[in-house]
Design a binder for this molecule. Structure first.
Ligand code: PEP
Ligand code: MN
Length: 337
């Protein structure tokens, strides 16, 4: 149930509605917008007539949410969500560039990456310390040592850090070193992990699963939101189709669809989306033109010797060139970079 309060409805009136919702066994999530306070109630929606709220003082309108996800729905926050991490805003006017290697490999590698990301105007450095590899014999990541290296490199250039959390046991470590926690495609439906992440107070970047529908992606986001962590960023990273030329099929239509259905920001990962270095720049350009709130791009100082995903990693000079192009595309679609 969504209850939209009148413009300027005071705290006492809002509280009255919350109390009534709780009485009716709703769990209430509050969203304070610029103009209206919106109360999202998760509970016995079918049994209750929205009119019961509409007659209350200070209430502008009330309606049932038809979608299976409630808090992720656009109705909950019609103005959209801006996830703010220090000075960086994701989902605001600025299109945020996040880039870095697939895996943190060495001090020198990640130091060079940070230098290039900063030069390209990126705000966030990415890099995996715990890697979900298809083969157990592939490089699995440097763990805490890798996180330490990335934190140091990021701090030297005033960048934020994003890194993947694969298991709840890694959360304390990630809290210490990483500003944003990435949930990978393989874990999009690891509901236990999502529940644990709903209890922390750091933004979660949730990647779409390789065979997940947009509705399933939004339901996974709902797990995090419903536990009280409202800082969720979605990520389109390609889905598996019958096409085999590219590693995945980059579903760019997910960007406007998510913007329509949800208030959550969505970024695009054209690296995993295509799996091929020569396809990353065109798809990154297209994602920004489609309205992506940010890009997550793999870049490596020496991609031919990368320990993971070298084939899809941009060379440093390619990231700089991409950034130059994005600075022209972003304003054409009403964004800054
Ligand atoms: C990654 O970002 O390196 C990664 C493993 O991504 P995904 O979960 O999208 O495959
Ligand atoms: Mn990768």
């Amino acid at each position: 149930m969504i209850v939209v309060m009148e413009e300027g409805a005071g705290e006492a009136l809002v509280q009255q509605v919350i109390d009534r919702m709780v009485e009716m066994e709703f769990t209430v999530h509050r969203s304070t917008g610029l103009v209206h306070t919106v109360l999202g109630g998760v509970g016995p929606e079918e049994r209750i007539d929205p009119q019961e709220f509409e007659v209350m003082e200070g209430v502008k309108e009330a309606h049932r949410i038809m979608s299976p996800y409630k808090l992720a729905s656009r109705h909950f926050r019609p103005g959209g969500t801006v996830v703010k991490v220090r000075e960086v805003e994701i989902g605001g006017e600025e299109m945020v560039l996040m880039a870095g290697p697939c895996s943190v490999e060495s001090k020198e590698q990640i130091r060079r990456c940070a230098e290039v990301v900063a030069e390209a105007g990126g705000k966030v450095i990415r890099g995996g310390a715990f890697k979900p590899r298809s083969s157990p014999y592939s490089f699995q990541g440097l763990g805490e040592e890798g996180l330490q290296m990335m934190r140091e490199a990021a701090d030297a250039h005033g960048l934020l850090v994003i890194s993947e959390v694969m298991d709840s046991s890694q959360i304390p470590l990630m809290m210490r070193y990483s500003d944003l926690l990435q949930v990978g495609a393989r874990n999009m439906q690891n509901f236990n992990l999502l529940r644990e992440l709903s209890k922390i107070r750091k933004p979660i970047l949730l990647k779409r699963g390789i065979a997940a529908t947009i509705e399933e992606l939004l339901l996974s986001a709902e797990y995090v939101l419903s536990g009280g962590n409202y800082e969720v960023i979605l990520c389109e990273r390609g889905i598996r189709t019958f096409e085999s030329y590219t590693r995945n099929t980059m579903d760019l239509s997910a960007i406007p669809v998510v913007h329509k259905l949800s208030h959550l920001p969505i970024v695009a990962d054209p690296s995993h989306g295509t799996g091929r270095r020569d396809q990353v720049i065109p798809m990154a350009r297209a994602a920004v033109a489609a309205g992506a709130d940010g890009l997550l791009v793999e870049m490596h100082p020496d991609p031919d010797h990368a320990r993971s995903d070298g084939a899809q990693s941009l060379r440093p000079e390619q990231l700089i060139e991409l950034s130059r192009q994005l600075k022209m595309i972003a304003p054409a679609v009403g964004r800054k970079m």
